[in-house]
Design a protein around this ligand. Structure first.
Ligand code: GCU
Length: 617
């Protein structure tokens, strides 16, 4: 089996290498680099039969030496004479805003699943000849084929992770154009798989820009406290470029009185430690961030970094050596007021502002890596973060390509946010049915995570069920509980299992001396619909459910946090009940417009009490 797997991986690598003209290049702290934004109005063409990509024999046009100018949309071609047949014209096509999903922008695309071609013309000032340029796309859901000036750069798979392709060799001073085919078609073999309880927003859903870096530039760095050592900063860094060996790198943290010089090795890398006396540590109560400056030759990269220690001890989660209770809420990346995928700084401030008002010190960014604004604003606000890859429900566990896809999304998620003090938990999965293949798949992901990041905690929404022969004894019989740092699970007693009074006789039998975290609980209510607490979908029913749920969960001695499902109502094609759901999942403690339901206040009071309880610990 192992040999077959290795041969398959090699085959995938060779195939992907041949099929994409350049490799993706991860660049850390992308928003601190010099760049030309391509955000704004783009042209788009809806192409449900992918005629711009496949010919009538279903062969990919961009694999041909001379693709047909008449139909290959990625060439961005225009007829040169009245007699020339060209069956598309981007200049005469309609406009769409980037970043942003197409579903919420264009009514005829509300339910659309398929391919859309995006087109943007731009000029570029190549004055600093020696510099290099990369095309950066913050996210494209779900699959993106990327071309600049008619040359294919690559195919990115995964709807929630950023990617960059070098375009230095392609740019001209004027008349450049970027074309991206985005395909949000769902699939059994994909990550997530074909069935999800959220809207399949397609498009260029995050920033697009051209990043301009020196010929040899700081591609990656890690600057965080060593494990359980507030007086030592671990540093690693990698240069990219021809002149990367034996280079002087200065790392400064002025407000901490730190200025240290390192030298890269022959591969342009360095690993080291910096002694740090009297650092002001980052915490939810005091989310202190330091200006960090990294200098190579005359080039600087700036960041704002928080320093904190993180560990578990028995059933306690320790931040800076102090036991914390994660007063959380789950959040989907959706702004219900303006509609569609959230992506902006304003969106992040809105959603996380609601979480702060609820009394949170923690957010579960479900069920996929959110845009970087969410992570950075959480860090500024003092919100700790659970970040998750969309290994959700019935993934094709035995499919090697599916595993490679999931693992790459995991690696890309960790790459982007490894310097963020706010992120304390990496989540491998959500509600995945236990099987030998599934547990091997997730165990491999856990091993990969630990090999990259030995500090942050690992979890996943594990499987819980009622013990046979008992009335309501809940057990976690999931092999992954041996491997995770925090035992998390979703429970819906009182909603999917019985009514709120079922909470009274529920018993949680959890044998592990590890922190227990409730990654989801809750139930639906339509904002403004009132009745007695026995009437489903009323605010009163949801209020009672929250009262009973928090009383029930308090009985778990290892309980160290929760992220009730969910902050605000969100769109889901699975929610069909007229007059109540109408395509919305109504489990928010807020409506999609931010109106507070009665359950909001129950949770807010509970968090006030937990905050006081833990202040005195
Ligand atoms: C599941 C799942 C969520 C879903 C929720 C629900 O636990 O993790 O993604 O939206 O239940 O049924 O509302």
């Amino acid at each position: 089996m192992r040999t077959i797997k290795l041969l398959l991986i090699l085959a995938i690598f060779v195939f992907s290498f041949n099929s994409s003209m350049s490799q993706e290049v991860n660049i850390i702290s992308i928003n601190s680099r010099t760049s030309l934004s391509l955000n704004g109005s783009w042209k788009y063409v809806v192409d449900p039969y992918e005629t711009g990509y496949y010919d009538y024999r279903r062969e990919a046009r961009d694999q041909r030496a001379n693709p047909s100018k008449s139909e290959a949309l990625f060439l961005g071609y225009k007829a040169q004479s009245p007699s020339e047949r060209v069956e598309y014209d981007f200049d005469k096509s309609e406009n769409i805003m980037v970043p942003g999903d197409w579903n919420s922008q264009i009514e005829k695309l509300f339910y659309y699943e398929g391919s859309v071609w995006y087109y943007k013309k731009f000029d570029y000032d190549l004055s600093t000849e020696a510099n290099r340029q990369f095309l950066h796309i913050g996210a494209a859901n779900y699959e993106a084929d990327v071309y600049v000036n008619g040359t294919k750069l690559g195919k990115h798979i995964g709807g929630f992770t950023a990617f960059n392709y070098e375009i230095s060799h392609l740019l001209k001073p004027t008349g450049n154009f970027v074309i991206v085919k985005v395909d949000n078609t769902r699939g059994l073999e994909k990550v997530p798989t074909i069935n999800t309880d959220w809207w399949n927003y397609g498009g260029l859903t995050r920033d697009v820009k051209i990043v301009d870096v020196p010929a040899t530039f700081v591609q990656d760095y890690y600057i965080q406290l060593a494990k359980n050592d507030p007086k030592t900063i671990d540093v690693s860094l990698e240069l990219n470029g021809a002149n990367k060996a034996n280079q002087s790198i200065i790392i400064e943290i002025p407000k901490a009185g730190i200025k240290v010089r390192f030298i890269t090795d022959e591969n342009g890398k360095l690993i080291g430690q910096i002694p740090a006396r009297n650092l002001q540590l980052w915490s939810p109560e005091n989310p202190h961030l330091y200006e960090v400056k990294i200098t190579h030759q005359k080039h600087e990269v700036l960041d704002r970094i928080g320093f904190r220690t993180l560990d578990t001890q028995g059933s306690d989660i320790l931040v800076n050596g102090k036991s914390v209770f994660l007063r959380g809420i789950s959040i989907h990346e959706e702004n219900g007021i303006k509609g569609g995928r959230a992506h902006s700084l304003e969106d992040a401030k809105l959603l996380l502002g609601w979480a702060k008002e609820l009394g949170c010190n923690f957010v579960r960014l479900a069920h996929y890596p959110h845009n970087e604004n969410m992570i950075r604003v959480a860090e500024e606000m003092g919100l700790m973060v659970w970040s998750e890859v969309p290994v959700y429900w019935t993934i094709q566990w035995e499919n090697e390509e599916t595993y490679q896809n999931a693992e790459k999304q995991l690696i890309d998620m960790i790459f982007r946010d490894k310097n963020r003090a706010s992120v304390i938990i990496w989540s491998m999965a959500n509600e995945t049915p236990v099987s030998t293949e599934r547990t091997e798949f997730l165990s491999n992901m856990i091993n990969t995570t630990r090999s990259i990041d030995s500090i942050r905690l690992i979890s996943a929404a594990l499987e819980r069920h009622t013990q046979e022969g008992t009335k309501n004894t809940q057990i976690i019989a999931d092999p992954l509980q041996e491997l995770v740092d925090v035992i998390s699970f979703n429970e819906y007693i009182g909603w999917y299992a019985g009514l709120p009074e079922s909470c009274n006789d529920a018993v949680f039998d959890i044998q592990f001396n590890k922190p227990v975290f409730i990654s989801e609980f809750g139930g639906g209510a339509l904002y403004g619909y009132h009745g007695d607490k026995g009437t489903l979908w009323t605010e009163e029913f949801q209020e009672e459910l929250y009262i009973q749920s928090t009383l029930m969960l308090e009985k778990i001695p290892q309980l160290r946090g929760m992220t009730p499902w969910i902050l605000s109502d969100f769109r889901s094609p699975r929610r069909l009940l007229p007059e109540i759901q109408d395509g919305w999942n109504r489990k928010g403690v807020l409506s999609e417009k931010g109106d507070k339901k009665k359950a909001f206040y129950i949770l807010q009071q509970y968090y006030d009490s937990k905050k006081l309880e833990y202040l005195n610990k």
